[in-house]
Design a binder for this molecule. Structure first.
Ligand SMILES: Nc1ncnc2c1ncn2[C@@H]1O[C@H](COP(=O)(O)OP(=O)(O)O)[C@@H](O)[C@H]1O
Ligand SMILES: [Mg+2]
Length: 229
């Protein structure tokens, strides 16, 4: 859901006096054990993956399906153990997984309340942030509707909204606009531009890049390795 980490002494980030970097990963590796007849040879998904995110940067992470983008992001968030390499984070992280993790029987309001507790926000802060998210993404009229009755588009808004709730230093989004309609897509980029201006950073996974000019940089993941464009 979320994780907050400070760069401790000896971490890669502590070398930057101005704390310009909010996320720095290098030499990340990850293999999965295979089942069945191919059991003896592990699947090497990440061989040498790296990414750096500075304050106010919007970076894209692209690669073909199955290239390891989601695996890499889970490692960056701290939701999955890495095989090797270094990952340093600064501040709060908001993570929007590729598959929304929502409770079918709960309403958006109930989700925000639950995630507010998980992010350790006081009630007033949670409510102010929640109402701004409703406003920005335009789904306040669904706040009391159970998730099971929401459209795919509104579920996608809620999934993104939950990652935005703590106003995170770093926002990690795994294919966020797959479920967006055009209007939401544009709202999403408005929101991204505003966060960028406030010095917030965003890493966005996509299997293609439609609006290249909206990104500061694009990192490609291929054969387990990242290449800066
Ligand atoms: N928990 C897991 N166990 C075994 N294999 C996995 C696991 N998670 C991902 N994989 C495999 O790792 C590869 C990369 O997956 P993923 O990171 O989801 O790629 P992408 O997000 O780029 O489409 C795929 O071949 C996938 O099947
Ligand atoms: Mg993926």
């Amino acid at each position: 859901m979320s994780s907050a980490a400070e760069a401790g002494p000896g971490s890669a980030l502590s070398g930057f006096d101005d704390r310009e970097f909010v996320l720095a990963a290098s030499g990340v590796t990850k293999s999965f054990r295979r089942r069945g007849w191919r059991r003896r040879r592990p699947l090497r998904v990440l061989v040498d993956a790296a990414v750096e995110l500075r304050r106010g940067e919007v970076v894209g992470l692209v690669g073909e399906n199955g290239s390891g983008k989601s695996t890499f992001m889970k490692i960056l968030v701290g939701n999955l153990a890495r095989g090797g390499g270094d990952v340093d984070r600064l501040g709060t992280i908001g993570y929007c997984p590729q598959e929304p993790i929502l409770y079918e029987l709960a309403t958006p309001d109930e989700h925000f309340e639950l995630f507010g507790h998980a992010y350790d926000l006081d009630v007033a802060t949670m409510e102010a942030s929640r109402d701004e998210i409703y406003d920005t993404l335009g789904f306040a009229d669904h706040r009391d509707v159970r998730v099971e009755e929401l459209s795919g588009g509104t579920r996608a808004k809620l999934n993104l909204g939950l990652a935005l709730l703590p106003d995170p230093t770093v926002l990690l989004l795994d294919e966020p606009y797959a479920g967006f309609d055009w209007d939401t897509y544009l709202k999403f980029w408005d929101l991204t531009a505003r966060r960028k201006k406030d010095g917030r950073s965003i890493l966005i996974i996509s299997h293609f890049v439609a609006d290249e000019e909206r990104f500061d940089r694009i990192v490609h993941l291929k054969d387990g390795r990242t290449l800066d464009e």
